[in-house]
Design a protein around this ligand. Structure first.
Ligand code: HEM
Length: 385
């Protein structure tokens, strides 16, 4: 455990060991609600802590605790089921092929802008039931958010506002349509979902749709981007995966995507918590109101938990990484992320078998920020198809 001062001036505990991180993620005395942050008055609203600035977005899963969290998570889980994700597999494959078709003839591409970025946004839009003709708007709004992070720039705030406004309208329209049977998309599922007679309100459904987009977008961009980059830099592992794909096997692809999450996961410091009472983690006393940051990337390379943690081993067994978190906030979208990650990587390596990095690794730039870790661009070359 280390106490550190963040660029925003806020002091927070950093949890970096695997065992401590797992304990912290499961400990319900650590709240997700930023209202528990004992923040100095002069820093109010300027800490950069997710959710603090955007009051209207507060009531989503990542900012609330039980019992509200339990109720909302149960309702959304009824609509966002592993089965719905599995049924979506052909569409993810179609989207993936379509994106590769756009650049395959050229022999070069920027895999972030042309592939890793659009795939998750179109996938989640489709799943939610955003009509195809409106999906490019989402692409633009999401692009603004990813380029400028959560920074206090006007463009980001405007994009968030437009996205929310659009989702609120869409939910309203879909609720009307439900009377005549309605559609079979995730938003309609969210509206229909009920638990002991309880439903999501329109506001809750809008916040839920928004968090599904928000939590599932940049993370998946980075899984595809960081994952492809790691494979390009580890040719022995990459060839092994290509051989196994050519033989029609999927086992190494499945363990491989988990390993890529552990090795260079999309989320670095995403997991804020705030102590609601005094507690001890890893022998360190924490005061009520103290912010705690669980550093997933560090925990997932802890040598006390993982053998040769800095080695990429796509066949790694016993790989209970924390890339999707742990405990009650464990990633709701993990099945969709796995589907997208596996489809994207397998299709890229199969269709463009001699894919190579087209830049000096030292020249590649990573997006800044405490929460996500991802490349700005990933230039590649390959034999034109
Ligand atoms: C929660 C990672 C993709 C939706 C989380 C958490 C992590 C995470 C670490 C827990 C945060 C915490 O405890 O503070 C990832 C990664 C992804 C990914 C690495 C991609 C590789 C997705 C996708 C969706 C999604 C595709 C949905 C479409 C969510 C939601 C939560 C969550 C709704 C909040 C769950 C709750 O609080 O109960 N994710 N995620 N994620 N994720 Fe993901």
């Amino acid at each position: 455990m280390h106490r550190t001062r963040l660029p925003s001036g806020v002091e927070a505990w950093l949890v970096t060991r695997y065992a401590d991180a797992r304990q912290a993620l499961a400990d319900q005395r650590l709240s997700k609600n930023p209202a528990h942050h004992d923040e100095p008055a002069h820093a109010k609203g300027k800490t950069g802590i997710p959710g603090e600035r955007k009051a209207e977005l507060m009531t989503h899963l990542l900012n609330i605790d039980p019992p509200d969290h339990t109720r909302l998570r149960r309702l959304v889980s009824k609509a966002f089921t592993p089965r719905r994700v599995a049924e979506f597999a052909p569409r993810v494959q179609e989207l993936t092929d379509h994106l590769i078709d756009q650049f395959a003839h050229r022999g070069t591409a920027d895999l972030i802008h042309e592939f890793a970025f659009p795939l998750p946004i179109y996938a989640i839009c489709d799943m939610l039931g955003v009509p195809r003709e409106d999906q490019d708007d989402f692409r633009d709004w999401a692009g603004m958010m990813i380029r400028h992070g959560g920074g206090p720039r006007g463009g980001v705030a405007r994009s968030v506002k437009k996205m929310r406004g659009y989702l609120a309208d869409l939910i309203h329209r879909k609720r009307e349509r439900l009377r005549e049977d309605g559609d079979d998309d995730l938003i309609s599922g969210l509206i229909r979902a009920s638990d002991h007679g309880e439903h999501l309100t329109e506001n809750e459904a809008a916040a839920m749709a928004f968090i599904l987009l928000f939590a599932g977008f940049e993370t998946t961009v980075n899984l595809i981007g960081n994952g492809t980059y790691a494979l390009l830099r580890n040719p022995v592992q990459r060839e092994r995966l290509q051989r196994s794909l050519a033989a029609g096997e999927t086992g190494l692809l499945a363990t491989g995507v988990e390993e890529l999450l552990r090795y260079d996961g999309p989320v670095e410091l995403a997991t804020w918590r705030f102590a609601t009472e005094a507690l001890t983690i890893g022998g360190q006393h924490i005061e009520p109101g103290d912010p705690v940051l669980v550093v997933l990337a560090a925990a997932d390379r802890d040598p006390e938990r993982f053998a040769d943690p800095d080695t990429l081993d796509l066949a790694r067994r016993d790989n209970q990484h924390l890339g999707y978190g742990h405990g009650i906030h464990y990633c709701l979208g993990a099945p969709l992320a796995r589907l997208e990650g596996q489809t994207a990587l397998a299709t890229l390596l199969t269709r463009l078998p001699d894919l190579q990095l087209d830049a000096d690794p030292d020249d590649l730039r990573w997006r800044g920020g405490l929460i996500m870790r991802g490349l700005r661009t990933l230039p590649v070359r390959f034999t034109p198809q």
